[in-house]
Design a protein around this ligand. Structure first.
Ligand SMILES: [Ca+2]
Length: 204
């Protein structure tokens, strides 16, 4: 009976914390460019030489990292920007993942910022097939800007599979929180059980 009550309390406490709620996920819209365009993204700065290409067309020997489409990034003379505002948890930690390739033409640059903090910055990326960047960022508010800056004067960079996920995952947080609540309550329950049935020495 008491064990059931403890479980119910733990469930209610975790529910009140809001852990596991879908809004906690920082969903990047069209992170793989599979709409065939920049739906979900805000383009700013120098947007010349930016496009979404299909893997059916040879473009600087690039190809999609996954799916059928990828972004080509080739502004000349100054940076272009792709950005999205994501729903986040203030104080939450996030893993930002994306795949970038370079045709090796220089000058070029590429950088990633999350919540105004620059997490990655590179200049003159050499010729390379996709490398996948895994970056750790922290959200200070419930709306966080993800911004990617780029430039490649004589050629192009390629970008695909941009994603942001909370670390640890909400499901893991749910499990940890349940354990943190249930274990102390079980100990308390054991003490209460002892108090309710005091040891009596009938020989004394
Ligand atoms: Ca893709």
């Amino acid at each position: 009976m008491l064990r059931l009550r403890v479980s119910q309390f733990a469930f209610l406490a975790v529910s009140c914390l809001g852990l596991g709620h879908p809004q906690l996920k920082a969903e990047v819209l069209n992170g793989g460019f599979e709409t065939g365009d920049f739906t979900g993204w805000t383009l700013s700065g120098n947007t010349d030489g930016i496009g979404v290409e299909t893997g059916l067309i040879t473009f600087s020997d690039f190809h999609p990292h996954s799916g059928s489409f990828f972004a080509v990034l080739g502004p000349v003379g100054s940076d272009g920007f792709l950005s999205q505002t994501l729903s986040t948890v203030a104080g939450g930690s996030y893993l930002i993942s994306l795949s970038v390739a370079s045709d090796g033409q220089m000058p070029n640059d590429f950088s990633v910022s999350f919540d105004g903090q620059q997490l990655y910055s590179a200049t003159d990326l050499p010729q390379s097939d996709y490398i996948t960047l895994s970056l750790n960022g922290t959200a200070t508010t419930d709306l966080t800007n993800l911004s990617i800056a780029f430039r490649n004067d004589p050629g192009y960079l390629a970008l695909d599979d941009v994603s942001v996920s909370q670390t640890p995952e909400p499901a893991t947080l749910l499990l940890l929180s349940s354990m943190l609540i249930v274990v102390p309550l079980r100990r308390l329950a054991q003490k209460l059980k002892v108090w309710r049935v005091p040891k009596v020495d009938i020989l004394s």
